[in-house]
Design a protein. Structure first.
Length: 341
């Protein structure tokens, strides 16, 4: 069997571990051949391939990013996009695809599956917001990077008696902010699932200063105050219609200073969270996902996605995986509120 492999959406640590596992098991156990498609869905859309065999995956386990490249190309939005993919797969002799990605990439995979294309999905997102799986690889690495940044910011906050605001990724789900903030001893955690009361945030900050310590505020990029932000002109969106986020930490910086009179500084971690080498947890999870994905392809279990359920890797329907986002439940967020202020 000849299998195509692609990685779509934002890069994250662990992608190369999946690719390595797919190829190593596929070649040694099933005698598969592999084709690497470059830059997400752009690869099969334009027939842009690269060799992908055992030699090409040696030494890539600890590397961040993806040797295949990535993009946010959305073939569904392009004229004859699905037909072009079908044609290019036929020309390259590919029997099926293993698509590694998040909500958008797997949403396309699900659509292609319904159009008769053989696809297996592997869940990838540092936001950990994909349904049907307990964890996605990349998340643990992102949390650890954010936690280390928070640990370091505590000391400079105390030295200068400042409010330090840390903005982390999380468009619709606050898993990174919740985990990193709780692990890093943040005094306020703001997530997209719950609009925040700015007066209450400032009260937490003033209470923290009263204890002779300086506050750390951790905020997801998608968090917003009650009532929302002022309207912005010329908002940029990607091929999947997502608004380009970022800036809530700097907005908070000004609001907190004006309301409390305390000096505030914002740190936006941005792409640092999804770059670099993956943690041991993410390497193992990504490897197991890859092993089971190529196994599913050889079993003919198309239209499925690998998922972590407890400590087991199971197969779930692609449609179920992208049906709804997994967000931080209110009762879990309340556990963190014990430490606010």
């Amino acid at each position: 069997m000849r299998i195509g492999v692609l990685t779509g959406g934002g890069d994250c640590p662990g992608l190369n571990a999946v690719i390595r596992a797919v190829v190593r098991r596929g070649v040694s156990e099933f005698g598969n051949e592999f084709v690497g498609f470059r830059d997400g869905w752009r690869g099969p859309l334009e027939g842009d391939t690269r060799p992908l065999g055992v030699e090409q995956v040696r030494g890539i386990l600890p590397r961040g990013g993806t040797i295949l490249g990535s993009s946010r190309t959305n073939p569904i939005k392009l004229e004859n996009g699905i037909e072009r993919i079908k044609s290019n797969l036929a020309e390259t002799g590919v029997d099926g695809l293993i698509a590694i990605g998040g909500e958008d990439t797997l949403g396309v995979a699900d659509r292609l599956s319904h159009e008769g294309i053989n696809v297996i999905g592997v869940p990838k997102t540092i936001d950990n917001d994909l349904g049907a799986t307990d964890y996605t690889f990349g998340f643990d690495t992102a949390v650890n990077i954010a936690m280390e940044a928070i640990d370091r910011l505590h000391t400079t906050a105390e030295s200068h008696h400042r409010v330090l605001i840390v903005e982390v990724m999380g468009r619709h789900a606050g898993w990174i902010a919740f985990h990193a903030g709780l692990a890093g001893g943040a005094n306020v955690i703001l997530i997209p699932e719950q609009d925040f009361d700015l007066d209450r945030v400032c009260a937490y900050i003033e209470r923290r200063f009263e204890s002779q310590y300086s506050p750390i505020v951790v905020v997801s990029e998608g968090a917003k105050p009650i009532g929302g932000f002022p309207e912005k002109d010329g908002v940029q969106t990607d091929a999947f219609g997502h608004e380009r986020l970022g800036g809530v930490a700097h907005w908070l910086e000004g609001e907190i200073e004006s309301r409390t009179g305390k000096e505030a500084r914002a740190t936006v971690l941005g792409h640092v969270q999804r770059g670099g080498t993956p943690t041991a947890f993410d390497r193992v999870l990504a490897t197991r996902f890859g092993l089971h994905a190529v196994g599913a392809a050889n079993d003919g279990a198309w239209g499925k996605m690998t998922a972590l359920r407890s400590t087991n890797i199971e197969l779930v329907n692609l449609a179920d995986a992208v049906a709804e986002l997994k967000t931080v439940p209110p009762e879990l967020y309340r556990e963190a509120e014990v430490f606010f202020g």
